[in-house]
Write a protein that binds this ligand. Structure first.
Ligand SMILES: Cc1cc2nc3c(=O)[nH]c(=O)nc-3n(C[C@H](O)[C@H](O)[C@H](O)COP(=O)(O)O)c2cc1C
Length: 212
């Protein structure tokens, strides 16, 4: 089993990474492989709604990590999206990244590489804006039929820099419990698959814009 994690900070070794590392330790102890992908500090294009992904089966903007992440997603059993809070929302770069990842995946394969897989978002802030940011990240999972996994608190922890992270033991405990819950869901899914329980097929054919 493998969990693909996304660090939505420019900082590849900051607070967000420290939170992802705390979860990765639990995954390792449970025998689950992890990979942390860092968006990094280079510019990330926003989605320009060109619709080319329907034809290309990937985003038209290459070389900034979105298409690589989409390729890795096919083999992942679970996902964690981590972001710092900026002005009470997730980082702009993770929102641009996820807009393009989810829109291109929808157009490429109707979310087949993400659908029904467990997903959790984690957010870190010095002080405020965590629950609003958490809601934004969870919206990607809930429109694509991913299974949102919860923990013993909303998935937030508090730090200005990574050195502060150990001073939020409840936040870290929330992250560890979240990782254990994800492992439980992935194991249940595997046991279900092994005994012939498969995800339901979707109904389709209705797509309205509220005006016709
Ligand atoms: C532009 C900017 C906006 C921020 N906005 C908030 C905020 O709204 N609330 C908050 O508590 N912290 C805010 N912070 C602090 C970061 O969330 C905090 O430093 C976090 O630990 C950074 O994570 P990182 O090291 O993974 O980038 C902001 C930081 C920056 C640079």
């Amino acid at each position: 089993m493998k969990v693909l994690m996304l660090n939505g900070s420019w900082n590849q070794d900051g607070s967000t990474k420290a939170g992802l590392d705390e979860m990765a330790k639990v995954f390792a102890a449970e025998g689950v492989e992890t990979e942390i992908v860092t968006i990094g500090g280079k510019p990330i294009a926003d989605c320009i709604a060109c619709g080319k992904c329907a034809e290309l089966k990937h985003c038209v903007f290459e070389n900034d990590g979105v298409n690589d992440f989409a390729a890795k997603a096919k083999d992942a059993d679970g996902f964690v999206f981590g972001s710092p809070v900026y002005y009470a929302h997730p980082s702009g770069r993770i929102q641009s990244f996820l807009d393009r990842l989810f829109f291109s995946t929808m157009n490429a394969d109707r979310y087949a590489s993400l659908r029904h897989k467990p997903c959790a978002s984690i957010v870190v802030a010095r002080r405020a804006g965590t629950s609003a940011s958490f809601d934004v990240l969870n919206k990607y999972a809930t429109i694509s039929q991913m299974i949102v996994v919860g923990s013993s608190y909303w998935n937030e922890f508090h730090a200005l820099t990574k050195d502060d992270v150990p001073q939020d033991p409840e936040g870290l405990q929330t992250l560890r419990n979240l990782a254990r819950n994800m492992v439980y869901v992935m194991k249940c899914q595997k046991a279900g698959r092994d005994s012939g329980i498969l995800p339901p097929a979707n109904e389709s054919g209705v797509f309205t814009n509220f005006v016709r």
